[in-house]
Design a protein around this ligand. Sequence first.
Ligand code: URA
Length: 426
Amino acid sequence: MTTYSVVDLIRAKRAGQTLNSDQIRWLIRAYTDGVVADEQMSAMAMAVFFRGLDDDELSTWTTAMIESGERMKLTGLSRPTVDKHSTGGVGDKITLPLAPLVAACGAAVPQLSGRGLGHTGGTLDKMEAIAGWRADLSRDEMVAQLNTVGAVICAAGPGLAPADKKLYALRDVTGTVESIPLIASSIMSKKIAEGTDSLVLDVKTGSGAFMKTEKDARELARRLVSLGEAAGVRTTALLTRMDVPLGYACGNGIEVAEALEVLSGGGPADVVDLTVALARQMVKAAGLDDTDPADLLTSGKAMDVWRDMVRAQGGDPDAPLPVARHAQDVITPEAGVVTGIDAMSVGVAAWRLGAGRTRKEDPVQASAGVMLRVRPGDRVVAGQPVATLLTDTPDVIPSAQEALANAFTIGADFQPRDIVIDTIGY
Ligand code: URA
C-alpha cells in the first residue's frame, strides 16, 4: 500500500478536496496501527466535519473501518437475523423490549450494544442494573443463544471495527461527533462487520438527538441506508422524534423497569408505539410479517423471551432493581398544559445525577436518573411535581436542578404528533 503524508491529506480535506480510495484506506489503516497520531486524526475529523465526504469517499471510509477488524459470520443459525440501531437519544430503552419481541416473532436478533457516553444512555449500562447479568459473551456463546433464545444483547468484542472504537473516542473529546459522514461510517462499519442479514435504523431528530433538524436526519438516514444496501444488508430507517425523552424513565435501572411494563403489555404510549413500529419493520425485513408484534406484547410471549435472554446471560429476571438512596421532586411554579420537556436538559440532568459517565472508565449508578411525572399534553397546577431526581450522591442534586431549570414549557394548548415521522428505504 502506498504511504502518504497525513499532513498533506489533512490539508487537502481542509481545502475541500476529494480524497481518493488509496488515501482513505491508508489513513484508516495507519490510524488503527498508531502510525497516524490522535492529534492528526483529530485535525482530519475536524476537516471532515466542515468539508464532508462524498458518497464514494464515505463508502471507502466505511469499508476501511470494517476491514480494520474481523467480519463476523452469523452462519449456522436456524432463524433470519435482523438487528436495529438507534442514533441515540434520551430515555431510549427501546432495545430492551424490542430484541425479545422480534425474537418472539421468529427472528434472531444479535444486538451488539455500547455503554453510554455524555447525555445519551447506553444499553449495556441499563442491562447491567439487573443483578448478575453479563455483557461479555464469546462469539460461540452469542451464536448458541441466538439459536436457543433468539435474542442477545451484548458488548461488541474488541475485534469488531477497532478503527471506529479509536475514532469514536477521539471524536467524543474533539467536538466532531455530530458529522453526518462520520456518524454514518461509525454506525455502518459496526453493523456490517457484525454480519446481520437485515437492519432497521432509528434515526432520531430533535433537541436530544445528534441531528437537531429533520433535514439533517433525512440526509443521515439516506446515507446509512445506501451504505447498508451497497454492502448487501437489507436496510431501512425510521425517522423519529427526539424533542422529548422517550417515556417517563431516564436512567439505567428505572428504564429497565419501564421496559418491563412494555413487555407486560402496558407502558408509556410513545415507548410502545416506537417499539411496535420498529418491530414491524424488523419482522418485514426478516420475511416474517405474518405475525403482528403488537399481539406478542399483550400475550406475554415477548416477556417469556426476555426472561430466557436475561437468564442465559447470568441475570436474575426476578431480582429487585436497585433503588436510589435519595429522591428529590422538581416542582412547576406555573399552571397550564405541559407543551414540551426538553430532551437534552433531561439527559444532562440524568447524567449529572450519576446515570452517565464523563470518561469511558467511570462507573455509573444503576439507580440514578430522572423520573418524569408528566408528559406533554398533561395539565398541571402550580406546585405540582413534574419530575423526581434519583441519586445515591445527593451533592449532585443542585446541578441536576440547574440543568432542568428551563426544561418544562407550560402553555395553553398541545397538539400531539406521531413519534415516527417517515420511513426511508426498503
Ligand atoms: N452512534 C455510533 O455508533 N456512532 C456515532 O458516531 C454516533 C452514534
